[in-house]
Design a protein around this ligand. Structure first.
Ligand code: ADP
Length: 404
């Protein structure tokens, strides 16, 4: 059984084709800069090396056409007929209050997804374009929507409500939703295997640290709280997002600079695209560049970096309290998996919480899951490479099988 995982961004399409018998990824790639002159297609298969081609790609339909053609390619393709793809799983960032679990695509589901556009204006319309493109290209193959928000559905009301007038919750469904659900779910399952215990018996904190970052408290396999909120803007300091700030700052800026910030979009861009590591350092949103700048003595980069680590540490402390102690702390995603210095700074002086990391284990590079805590550490600290694409394929498989 082969399943294609598709992740359509506003200007990109990422894909992975899995053989679900052994959950092996057999082909993967990305079409980037759709609609721009720099458009390119980077692809790889289990049997062939990565190739990169610059091409004219006007929209998501053309991108998916290219992807399907390359999967069918006689020389380097991975399938000989389109019918070998059993299901397509689409990553959907925001399911709002409409979707609490993965669903098969139907006309009704498409209408409901459209109602969630305003909640994720950059992501959901792009996902929708991808769904339509897949329908055109693969009309006989069922599609499943897999939501980043679904894993967080177990958060209790006192944690997901905002203390603003209740009518905004009733009328506009303003509440915490949480994101990176596929990643948090995947790594919590791997952590349970690593710890040799059932998820039902574990209390975990997961730090998904990438360009976008979220921290999640998981008890008995269920999310209790997560740092992102109504949108992915809330929470820790991120690459270009500000994370938690006093909301009054926005009113203040709006009043003080009416010429510069005329509408919600310009303020949204300030908080989503111009803040975080980039905004504070004035240099970059990328931790690798920030670290290089720190080595060169750049003070604002050092400040931005310290702010990021401090904000993650605060969430760990807070969730440790909420969970009344934890069994495991997990680092995942681009920064969490690859930056020993971030992990070191976050875990520094957390002995009181039973968190102690082993410097050697932390510094030893590996692209495999590993423990980095000392033998004495009460909390097992783990680095687990995330695999959102596989989680999407797994959810698509379960949803498809339960519908047939
Ligand atoms: P996204 O949220 O876009 O999926 P990723 O999970 O791919 O992001 O993480 C991207 C981030 O990972 C980059 O911005 C970069 O800062 C960080 N990163 C990747 N490799 C390293 C590394 N070796 N050291 C430090 N940071 C890294």
């Amino acid at each position: 059984m082969k399943i294609l995982s598709v992740n359509c961004g506003s200007s990109s399409v990422k894909y992975s084709l899995f053989e679900m018998k052994n959950e092996k990824k057999i082909a993967w790639g990305v079409v980037e800069c759709i609609g721009l002159r720099e458009a390119c297609y980077v692809k790889q298969t289990i049997n062939s090396k990565e190739t990169k081609n610059s091409l004219r790609i006007a929209n998501h339909t053309e991108a998916l056409k290219l992807i399907i053609e390359s999967l069918l390619d006689k020389e380097n393709g991975s399938i000989s007929d389109i019918s070998e793809i059993c299901v397509v799983g689409h990553r959907i960032v925001h399911g709002g209050n409409k979707f609490s679990k993965a669903v098969l695509v139907t006309e009704k589901m498409k209408r409901e997804l459209k109602e969630c556009f305003a909640l994720a204006p950059l992501h959901n319309p792009a996902h929708y374009a991808g769904i339509i493109a897949v329908e055109k290209m693969l009309p006989k193959i069922p599609s499943v929507l897999v939501f980043d928000t679904a894993f967080h559905q177990t958060i209790p009301d006192y944690a997901y409500m905002y203390a603003i007038p209740y009518e905004y919750y009733k009328k506009d469904h303003i509440r915490k939703y949480g994101f990176h659900g596929s990643s948090h779910k995947y790594v919590s399952q791997i952590a349970a295997t690593m710890l040799g215990k059932s998820l039902n018996k574990l209390k975990l904190i997961i730090a998904h640290l990438g360009n976008g970052s979220s921290i999640t408290a998981v008890k008995k396999g269920k999310v209790i709280d997560t740092s992102m909120g109504f949108t992915p803007l809330q929470g820790v300091v991120m690459g270009t997002r500000c994370g938690d700030i006093d909301p009054a700052i926005i009113c203040y800026i709006l009043n003080k600079y009416p010429q510069q910030y005329k509408d919600a979009n310009s303020l949204s861009s300030l908080m989503n695209n111009e803040s975080g590591l980039l905004g504070v350092s004035g240099v970059s949103s990328d931790v690798r560049t920030i670290l290089k700048m720190i080595r060169m003595g750049n003070k604002r980069s050092k400040l931005a970096f310290e702010m990021l680590c401090y904000s993650v540490k605060k969430y760990i402390g807070s969730y440790h309290g909420i969970l009344n102690g934890i069994d495991g702390l997990i680092f995942t995603a681009g920064i969490g998996e690859n930056s020993p210095i971030v992990r070191k700074l976050i875990c520094k002086n957390l002995h009181a919480l039973g968190i102690e990391i082993d410097t050697n284990k932390n510094n030893t590079y590996s692209n495999e899951q590993k423990f980095i805590s000392t033998p004495e550490s009460r909390v097992k600290v783990m680095v687990i490479p995330t695999n959102e694409e596989l989680m999407i394929a797994r959810e698509a498989k379960i949803c498809f099988q339960s519908a047939h």
